[in-house]
Design a binder for this molecule. Structure first.
Ligand code: SAH
Length: 239
């Protein structure tokens, strides 16, 4: 089985890179900015790739455009059996979120694509992409909660986005999930999303400040969960 992670920020990926001892394949995707780390196990032919979005303006790239590009390049070049988008997200205290809590997605939509016109434009805007059919099994075996991820291009939460999030039952807010799932749906590759909460959208605190305070802790929790996840996938879901 070949699992390919798409992870936006280096800080989110680093604990995972260290835990798994994957190696950087410099310039593998050049001239695209995304970066490949990988490891191949000859004994059982299992393969783990981690693709980060890369950098621009001396900062890690974030968001839908870079995630779309990285996911497409990764699927074309690496031909994984399963894509996993893993990273941090915002949550809601009133919906049970806590800092560092790790979730598996049971669905993913866009929350900032308001397209006037008929129902079809609206439906296309929201997206609503399928997640891997075994996501629920895996979450229950790892004792992780499930939640609906919603994706937009901004870290802040605008009231007009919140209307869509509430209408669609969103619980976890990120900037890449739906873009990764969109590409996977087109390319016919199953996708799972595993997210850990860095900030709470309803606690009145400054989002960026809380995000930066909790990024390390949330990324460590995420890499613990991902280590258990990869073991489970390689042992039970490899065919
Ligand atoms: N400017 C920050 C980084 C941006 S945070 C810095 O200085 O490091 C946004 C990243 O974390 C995105 O990749 C996104 O997927 C995730 N994220 C965490 N909390 C989020 C929230 N409340 N809303 C949207 N994305 C969030």
């Amino acid at each position: 089985m070949h699992i390919c992670y798409i992870i936006a920020m280096q800080a989110e990926a680093q604990p995972f890179i260290e835990r798994f001892g994957v190696t950087l394949r410099e310039d593998f995707f050049s001239p695209l900015p995304c970066q490949l780390y990988e490891k191949h196990n000859d004994e059982d032919d299992s393969r783990l790739s981690i693709v980060t979005l890369g950098r621009s303006h001396d900062r890690d790239l974030l968001g839908c455009e870079a995630a779309t590009l990285a996911t497409h390049a990764a699927i074309e070049r690496l031909k994984p059996d399963l894509v996993i988008n893993s990273g941090t997200c915002g949550g809601w205290e009133r919906k049970g979120a806590e800092i560092g809590k790790v979730y598996v997605a049971d669905g993913v939509i866009f929350h900032d694509r308001r397209v006037p016109g008929d129902d079809n434009w609206g439906t296309q805007g929201v997206g609503n992409y399928p997640v891997w059919e075994h996501s629920e099994d895996v979450a229950s075996q790892l004792s992780l909660d499930m939640g609906r991820v919603t994706t937009g291009s901004s870290l802040d939460l605008q009231p007009c986005d919140e209307v869509i999030i509430e209408r669609e039952g969103g619980e976890l807010k990120d900037m890449e999930g739906a873009a990764v799932a969109f590409v996977c749906s087109l390319m016919g590759v199953p996708v799972m999303l595993v997210k850990s909460v860095t900030d709470l959208c309803d606690d009145g605190a400054d989002t960026l400040e809380t995000f930066l305070q909790n990024l390390k802790k949330a990324s460590e929790k995420l890499s613990e969960a991902n280590e258990r996840l990869v073991k489970l996938l390689f042992s039970r879901y490899s065919s």
